[in-house]
Design a protein around this ligand. Structure first.
Ligand SMILES: Nc1ncnc2c1ncn2[C@@H]1O[C@H](COP(=O)(O)OP(=O)(O)OP(=O)(O)O)[C@@H](O)[C@H]1O
Ligand SMILES: [Mg+2]
Length: 344
């Protein structure tokens, strides 16, 4: 099962009038993957997802399902499950009836349907709520019903468009755990739209990053976070420190630095803040900086450091036992391992 390519997008494009909502998107989705489509608002995530589901036509390119051209298949022919951004439950139907709905459409027998509905209700932790109407449920509970309904007939692929965006932080965390568990237990392919970087990194086996209708990079969470393909991806996925290389490209801010291999071809090096530390005796890369600001965040504090070239770096220190935090204006030396830096 694992490693079989299930869905292929070949140069998929979408125009609305003369506006290019998506251009030239090519990617593969393997069976059982949890792929997140990640990008800022308006980057084309929903457009791509609805085209996968068959709810919207392509302007150019094609889509394959298990090697067959599905570009012109209807949503029904594709048979993917879909969870929309709102919960889109039928308000006049109970929880059980909502979940049974797609099974009814598929003409399951009464007995089969009842068994399956019970099983789904149990799976999403809603035992005891079967007879309630959606409006008698919390947001998280409604979202579980939407999930159960989409998974009831065991679709091969489940498409989810920001399913947790309306939930508060705690509930969101719970639902994320639930979704991970469902994915693990069912082995269904999930394609999940989000604009939340942490959510994408935490849930997915693979992340596809979109910006302005173009696919920027696709890879495992570690690949895209640790080895971003470009500046957009680097900055979009989390805090990043970017330093200009000196004109002769031997270092940064007048300090000689051991640079990553291809740095000569670029003007900047970049480094995630968590790969930066206070310099010790044996460190090779030691950059003198001045503390310009400090924000207390509970378990840690975020420092803004300024290099001799006037560039700002973000740096975190743990607020535990150990050294007291430095004073504003204090001079420090920070260090990092060359392999953790990359050229941009
Ligand atoms: N039916 C449509 N007609 C015209 N333009 C559209 C239509 N649907 C989407 N667009 C435009 O296409 C672009 C991509 O939209 P899309 O909904 O795919 O973005 P998104 O990445 O899902 O954003 P969000 O995070 O805000 O949901 C946007 O600029 C949007 O305004
Ligand atoms: Mg969207």
């Amino acid at each position: 099962m694992v490693n079989t390519t299930q869905i292929e997008a070949h140069s998929v494009g979408k125009m609305f009038g003369d506006f290019h909502a998506l251009r030239d998107v090519s990617l593969d989705i393997k069976e059982g993957e949890f792929l997140s489509l990640l990008g800022p608002s308006g980057s084309g995530k929903t457009t791509f997802l609805t085209m996968l589901g068959g709810y919207q036509n392509l302007t150019s390119g094609k889509l394959l399902l298990e090697g067959q051209d599905m570009t012109n298949w209807s949503a029904k022919q594709r048979g993917f499950g879909m969870v929309f951004q709102g919960y889109a439950l039928f308000p006049h139907l109970s929880v059980a009836e909502n979940i049974a709905f797609p099974l009814k459409v598929k003409k399951w027998s009464k007995a089969q349907m009842a068994d399956r509905v019970d099983q789904m209700i149990e799976m999403v932790g809603l035992s005891g709520h079967a007879h309630k109407k959606p409006k008698a449920l919390s947001g998280g509970q409604q979202q579980r019903v939407a999930l159960a309904r989409a998974l009831a007939y065991e679709p091969k692929v489940l498409l989810l468009d920001e399913p947790f965006s309306a939930l508060d932080k705690n509930l969101r965390g719970q639902m994320q755990e639930e979704l991970r568990r469902l994915h693990r237990d069912l082995g269904t392919t999930f394609v999940f739209v989000t604009h939340d970087q942490e959510e994408a990194l935490a849930l997915s086996t693979h992340v596809a990053i979109f910006n302005q209708g173009a696919l920027q990079q696709i890879g495992t969470p570690t690949e895209v976070y640790e080895h971003p393909a470009n500046r957009f991806t680097a900055e979009f996925l989390g805090d990043i420190n970017i330093m200009s290389l000196d004109a002769e490209k031997g270092g940064v801010a007048g300090t000689k630095i051991d640079l990553p291999a291809n740095a000569f071809a670029f003007d900047h090096i970049a480094l995630r803040p968590e790969h930066m530390r206070l310099a010790g005796e044996t460190d090779v890369n030691k950059l003198p900086v001045t503390v310009r600001d400090m924000v207390y965040l509970g378990s840690k504090s975020r420092l803004v450091l300024e290099t001799k070239a006037g560039e700002e770096l973000m740096f975190y220190i743990d607020n535990g036992p150990g050294l007291p935090p430095p004073d504003l204006g204090a001079g420090l030396q920070v260090a990092w391992d060359t392999g953790d830096s990359f050229a941009l």
